[in-house]
Ligand binder design. Structure first.
Ligand SMILES: [Zn+2]
Length: 277
């Protein structure tokens, strides 16, 4: 929970002596180190822009830009009630944005993306079968039910990625969980333009997820690994059958410009991919 507007801002000082230059990046770097070293605790409220400028010796515009940098990195959240900058533990959102840019910038193929998922996710499912707790299992059951209830392609894709993230969380390994989050996010965000949802498609995916969930819940390590592998391989086979594996991961058509398929997949018509991993 975010501190209220009455929360006392944390004093930040000695900044000007501690860093060289006057660029926003210098101040951002200093504040980043303060947070990551633990000297500035998660949940701390930063002083106002004016106070921070006074305390640090930087100009207000430099302070403003430095806060923007840390906000983009996910280290700072703006409190809705007071618009004060609050230090937070970083989420995976910035990492996913950077990874997405990297994948598109290098025109990485769906084949390479799925090869990575085939290495990572079966082992993550196996770990989930070994390490899941009642709390993480409960989240996974809820994610399963929510995904099964999806009626629109948009929510289906978002909830599908959320389901795989829940398996990652159940593994108990934060590094692997964040990796799965990044891999599956781009997998679904990027393949949005490939799908025409059908009831049969949804049914196959949900049954496959249920098999994995059942293995995880029963602490069946080998079963969870095998079912996850089959789940992703089924998706890979569908893409291979449609000769899409070598295509670059499609750019998500966020602005409805309709250029994603043309840019990456040529002009051939795209029909249903009936089983996605
Ligand atoms: Zn899936």
């Amino acid at each position: 929970m975010l501190p209220t507007s009455k929360a006392r801002p944390t004093e930040v000082n000695r900044v000007h002596d501690a860093v060289d230059g006057q660029a926003p990046g210098d101040l951002a770097e200093f504040l980043r180190e303060e947070v990551l070293s633990g000297r500035l605790a998660f949940g701390s409220v930063l002083p106002s822009e004016r106070d921070l400028a006074k305390q640090t010796g930087f100009s207000r515009s430099t302070v403003r830009e430095a806060i923007k940098v840390l906000h983009a990195e996910g280290l700072i959240k703006l409190s809705e009630s007071s618009r004060r900058a609050v230090v937070q533990r970083p989420t995976t959102a910035p990492m996913k944005r950077v990874f997405e840019t990297f994948v598109h910038g290098h025109q990485i193929s769906l084949d390479a993306l799925l090869a990575a998922r085939l290495i990572v996710e079966p082992e993550v499912a196996a770990l989930a079968a070994e390490n899941s707790s009642p709390a993480t299992l409960s989240v996974l059951y809820a994610a399963t039910a929510e995904h099964e209830a999806a009626t629109e392609i948009e929510s289906h894709l978002v909830l599908h990625a959320a389901w795989h993230k829940a398996v990652g969380d159940a593994s108990g390994n934060v590094v692997l969980a964040s990796l799965v989050d990044a891999l599956t996010h781009i997998s679904y965000a990027g393949t949005r333009s490939l799908y025409v949802r059908t009831a049969k498609h949804m049914d196959l995916v949900c049954k496959s997820h249920r098999r994995i969930l059942s293995a995880i819940a029963n602490a069946d390590v080998d079963g969870a690994r095998r079912c996850m592998r089959e789940h992703i391989e089924a998706y890979r086979s569908e893409l291979a059958a449609k000769r899409l594996l070598k295509a670059s991961v499609p750019l998500e058509d966020r602005f409805g410009l309709g250029s994603a398929e043309v840019l990456y997949l040529g002009s051939r018509p795209l029909d249903a991919v009936r089983h996605d991993g």
